[in-house]
Design a binder for this molecule. Structure first.
Ligand code: ASP
Length: 339
């Protein structure tokens, strides 16, 4: 019989309105199970690990990602797959982080949650949970169908490090415009086999300690030298720079000089676009040529979530900024397409 580990971290799926404060707060897993008697009918042994402090995912942190990765490592050889119940707000960050932390992954790790609590009459939680379990145990000819860290939400399975939350009120909360969905659920589960990463062939390696020395520089017309200087000279080792269009920035000399100074001082700056669709093409326009010349890393079509967590991961692996820059521009877990 198949065996699945559900890891419950919190999120709306298991929330209830606190009668005192009238706000949504997480409840314990037993109360969730009571709402899904169908779980009993799955031909599968379900094990559950509930975090002691279940949280709204806005309180998610690299330390909790480390605990999640540790749990997956501990049960890796016992189970066929994992389902992580998680709030949708930061689910894409957690799924991206775990994709980097779990090297050589060969089993499904499916993140899911919901927009309405599982006890609500019109809840989306039951479908998300039941299908996430189906996906976590799916095999064909004894081979795992999705040996990846994924997000399952509203009938679609996304690669975790390609997805982001784009809608806070529709059931269709996630999108992945730069990479196809890995599977769709309807009457049948349909897998896009050519888009799914092959299972890791070597033993799983778990990297539990990400380094959060990361800053963000989001550009806008009129950004002042003082603001840029504060960010690029702050005490971080990596900076995710959100630029215009295909990776463009102002060509003002003060701006280029500040970035160059930071890179010369050992910081890594990665360029991703504020556009949700498309890719960074350093050197295509005059407004990105200097960035390439001074050593800004090309983030291609990475999501913000993937860029942040990849930077945290690379900072935990390497000291040399040139090496970090080289890996930043390399596809390591299916998170970017080199164009
Ligand atoms: N605030 C909730 C959370 O991220 C929202 C959700 O679960 O969808 O935990």
């Amino acid at each position: 019989m198949c065996q699945i580990l559900i890891i419950y971290t919190g999120g709306t799926i298991g929330m209830m309105t606190d009668p005192r404060t009238k706000t949504l707060v997480p409840i314990n897993f037993e109360q969730i199970m009571e709402n899904v008697p169908e779980l009993e009918r799955l031909n599968c042994r379900i094990m559950v690990h509930s975090f002691e402090d279940v949280i709204d995912s806005s309180n998610m942190s690299p330390a909790i990602w480390g605990q999640l990765a540790g749990l997956i490592q501990k049960h890796y050889h016992e189970v066929d797959g994992f389902v992580v119940l998680h709030g949708s707000d930061t689910m894409a960050f957690s799924a991206s982080a775990l994709s980097f932390m779990l090297e050589n992954l060969a089993k499904p790790v499916i993140f899911t949650g919901s927009q309405l609590p599982i006890s609500a009459i019109r809840t989306d939680a039951k479908e998300n949970l039941m299908t996430a379990i189906e996906l976590a145990k799916a095999k064909k000819n004894d081979k795992v169908r999705v040996p990846e860290v994924c997000i399952y939400f509203d009938y679609k399975l996304f690669r975790g490090n390609r997805a982001f939350k784009y809608n806070s009120s529709k059931f269709e909360a996630f999108r992945s415009p730069n990479y196809p969905v890995l599977a769709e659920s309807g009457v049948h589960l349909r897998f896009s086999i050519n888009d799914i990463r092959p299972a890791g062939e070597e033993e799983l390696i778990v990297h539990k300690n990400l380094v959060n020395d990361v800053g963000v520089l989001k550009l806008y017309p009129g950004i002042s030298p003082k603001v840029v200087e504060t960010i690029v000279n702050s005490d971080v080792r990596g900076i995710v720079m959100e630029t215009f269009g295909a990776g463009n920035t102002t060509t003002d000399q003060w701006f280029i000089d500040l970035l160059k100074g930071a890179i010369d001082n050992g910081k890594v700056i990665v360029d991703i676009s504020q556009c949700k669709v498309g890719t960074v093409e350093l050197g295509r326009y005059e407004t990105s040529k200097a960035l390439k010349d001074i050593g800004v890393a090309n983030g291609y079509d990475m999501t913000f979530e993937a860029a942040i967590t990849k930077t945290m991961y690379l900072l935990s692996q390497f000291d040399d900024p040139k090496e970090i820059t080289r890996w930043m521009e390399t596809d390591i877990r299916g998170e970017l397409t080199v164009s």
